[in-house]
Design a protein around this ligand. Structure first.
Ligand SMILES: C[C@@]1(CC(=O)O)c2cc3[nH]c(cc4nc(cc5[nH]c(cc(n2)[C@H]1CCC(=O)O)[C@@](C)(CC(=O)O)[C@@H]5CCC(=O)O)C(CC(=O)O)=C4CCC(=O)O)c(CCC(=O)O)c3CC(=O)O
Ligand SMILES: NC(=O)C1=CN([C@@H]2O[C@H](COP(=O)(O)OP(=O)(O)OC[C@H]3O[C@@H](n4cnc5c(N)ncnc54)[C@H](O)[C@@H]3O)[C@@H](O)[C@H]2O)C=CC1
Length: 215
């Protein structure tokens, strides 16, 4: 499976199942989409700002729910395999993305079947981790290990994003080498993680030394 990034802003996501997994999926998609969770019961856990609808649709009624909500993604997170099967089929029939929580999608997987990776955010940087459905326990541990390495990446992205725009009076080669020097600089990374150090100054010095050397 190849990871791709989707922008779900302005879309709806329909989750079937109000257990721990349904709640987790609701929180995942709540960052961008309007989430509706349909379930006869809901765990005592945050569902973000998702709308909770108390209902227990039978397999035959799933299509109507999808047509009414018109979601970009459907999540099958109920504890009933036959129902999750019906949800997946109804989603495939309508060309909607389907995420099944109860199986790592087998041989009959289609391009509409999507897996949810573990994610580490340092906005706007995001890291997704998957074991191809083989070992969610490993996915979780890898996520925990990666987290501390990503903490300052969002700030680095912002700093170098502004630099790309600001370095408009040098050649493309110089701009590239300056940006590469900054993202590789231990000094700049250290400054990002330390509120007492002036990041801008560290960046300026790295650039000056880099451009000085290449001129
Ligand atoms: C295929 C997938 C569904 C999909 O596509 O969305 C899937 C499927 C299943 N998970 C199961 C079990 C567990 N899942 C977790 C945790 C997470 N599982 C997640 C994703 C995925 N899980 C997708 C593939 C991800 C990949 O490719 O690696 C994460 C990343 C995201 C999330 O769920 O929000 C989240 C980590 C969040 C984090 O902490 O970062 C733990 C660990 C724990 O809880 O400590 C356990 C228990 C330990 C174990 O079993 O390993 C079972 C068996 C259920 C049973 O036994 O009944 C199935 C079904 C099956 O495999 O058949
Ligand atoms: N992806 C993952 O990380 C994991 C996946 N799983 C799988 O996902 C499934 C869900 O896991 P949990 O949330 O822990 O289970 P759970 O048993 O806590 O939740 C299942 C939810 O489905 C609801 N439900 C029952 N009938 C329904 C209907 N007709 N319509 C809508 N909702 C209905 C129940 O009321 C309950 O809220 C499990 O059966 C398991 O196979 C389990 C653990 C982790």
């Amino acid at each position: 499976m190849i990871p791709l990034l989707h922008d779900f802003t302005g879309t709806r996501v329909l989750v079937f199942g109000g257990g721990r997994v349904g709640a987790r999926r609701a929180r995942t998609f709540d960052r961008e989409a309007d989430v509706v969770v349909v379930s006869p019961t809901f765990v005592e856990e945050s569902f973000g700002s998702a709308a909770r609808v108390r209902a227990a649709p039978e397999p035959a009624a799933v299509g109507d729910w999808i047509d009414r909500v018109d979601p970009a993604v459907i999540v099958a997170a109920t504890d009933r395999t036959a129902l999750n099967d019906a949800i997946a089929t109804a989603g495939h029939d309508r060309g909607v993305l389907v995420n099944r929580a109860d199986q790592a999608a087998g041989a009959d997987r289609t391009v509409s079947d999507v897996a949810v990776p573990a994610t580490v955010w340092s906005e706007p940087v995001v890291v997704g981790i998957s074991t191809g459905g083989r070992s969610p326990a490993l996915t979780r541990v890898l996520r925990e290990r990666i987290e501390p390495h990503i903490e300052d990446a969002g700030e680095m992205a912002r700093v170098t994003g502004s630099l790309r725009a600001a370095l408009n009076d040098v050649s493309p080669e110089q701009r590239r080498s300056a940006l590469r020097a900054v993202v590789r600089s231990d000094r700049v990374w250290k400054a990002l993680g330390d509120s007492h150090t002036n990041t801008e100054q560290a960046v300026s010095e790295v650039i000056a030394s880099e451009l000085g050397e290449t001129e």
